[in-house]
Design a protein around this ligand. Sequence first.
Ligand SMILES: Nc1ncnc2c1ncn2[C@@H]1O[C@H](COP(=O)(O)OP(=O)(O)O)[C@@H](O)[C@H]1O
Ligand SMILES: [Mg+2]
Length: 259
Amino acid sequence: MSANTLGAMSEAPLFEISGLHARTAEGGVEILRGIDLTVGSGEVHALMGPNGSGKSTLATVLLGSPEYEVTGGTIRLFGEDITDWPADVRGKAGVFLAFQYPQEIAGVSVINFMRQALSARKGIDLSVLELRLSIMEWMQRLEMDPSFADRYLNEGFSGGEKKRNEILQMAILEPEIAILDETDSGLDIDALKVVAKGVQEVRSERPRLGVLAITHYQRLLTELRPDRVHILVDGRIVESGGPELADRIEHEGYERVGL
Ligand SMILES: Nc1ncnc2c1ncn2[C@@H]1O[C@H](COP(=O)(O)OP(=O)(O)O)[C@@H](O)[C@H]1O
Ligand SMILES: [Mg+2]
């Protein structure tokens, strides 16, 4: 049974991380030290934290990368334990990680990459022409020039263009949960705006989409307006709250909030 079918039938939450512990695959020190976080259908959550707190590690673990070893706890999608699933199987079930494709892939155009991704996620094999037609509306909504589809993936893309490409993929692949790792784009205001606006566009079309935005910078949250904010320190969530928590961090810094 697919996770989709399960989602329609069960009362289990969309995405549930319970007591998650992880360390580097070489058996190094523990970096994630017991993370509990549940994203329900239609909810936007933000995970913030100072440098070195484990944000990128969590994103990488959720991706299913062999770089880290999960030493305890579970990751569930609609109640189904996906902790040991390989990355491609997670993607097929509807877990979308925006930072999955940040690298340049020589000689592959945006549209051809999208064809492969769509085939992997949904088993739909469209011709370039069919796909071009089906992404046209989304490209307009995301204010992308039609010629963008023929550019080589990430080659010479600005920060904003990279983010538009990721949001376009999120729109077309129709994931259940989108995990956006924004740790490195924080200084590029244009890129952050693209992400915030793009997420709102996609949610207006697919209101049950869950979003987990991982970011060092409060700035993204001003426009994304998350339902819940979690603060990660030293591999643990030390505080959770509403959007006002992000405002406090913005004004007082991580240290002054008593973390
Ligand atoms: N592959 C690794 N090998 C050794 N240490 C690592 C590795 N990945 C992360 N760490 C350490 O784990 C901590 C958390 O790192 P990271 O997840 O990148 O934090 P953040 O993204 O919040 O800045 C840091 O102290 C970092 O040095
Ligand atoms: Mg990081």
